[in-house]
Design a protein around this ligand. Structure first.
Ligand code: FES
Ligand code: FES
Length: 167
């Protein structure tokens, strides 16, 4: 067992976990933060993306013990970082219909927030599609997701170097 301490969505949490406990399972099962999904458990789908110390991480690839001492942000805490009911990326996904079943959406949104932060020069469609390679969506065909990401980048003042072409 390991004793862990971290800040999750602005709240200090601590406890004992088995050494093999993955961060995603700690978030979902110990903290009840089930907005972070498990689609594969083999680091392929991206449904489990959260931020650890500000960087997007697939939380099925990290042990909870490895995240001890870190600040973790999940989809449940995202809107509060913008001081709004919805973070601008969530609002853009809603407006541009960037989801269908919604299973991939928390991971897509957490990846997108990190992507926009790393591209202050703005984003183009090619970059967005490349950056989303680690996030799998079985429903949408990605087109509206790409539109949502470009719109969110613009809404957050990062600019966009193009809009997604019609499918
Ligand atoms: S559950 Fe983590 S990448 Fe699929
Ligand atoms: S909206 Fe269903 S998996 Fe992406």
């Amino acid at each position: 067992m390991s004793e862990i301490n971290m800040v999750v969505n602005g709240r200090k949490v601590s406890g004992n976990v088995e050494d093999r406990t993955l961060l995603v399972h700690y978030l979902r099962e110990n903290l009840g933060l089930t907005g972070t999904h498990v689609g594969c458990d083999t680091s392929q789908c991206g449904a489990c993306v959260v931020h650890v110390d500000g960087k997007a991480v697939k939380s099925c690839t990290m042990l909870a013990a490895q995240a001890s001492g870190s600040e973790v942000l999940t989809i449940e805490g995202l809107a509060a970082t913008a001081g709004a009911d919805l973070h601008p990326v969530q609002a853009a996904f809603k407006e541009h219909h960037g989801l269908q079943c919604g299973f991939c959406t928390p991971g897509m949104i957490m990846t997108t927030v990190d992507m926009i932060a790393r591209h202050p020069e703005g984003l183009d469609e090619k970059t967005v599609r490349h950056e989303l390679e680690g996030n799998i969506c079985r429903c949408t065909g990605y087109h509206n997701i790409v539109k949502a990401v470009l719109a969110a980048s613009q809404a957050m003042g990062k600019g966009s170097k193009g809009t997604a072409k019609a499918a």
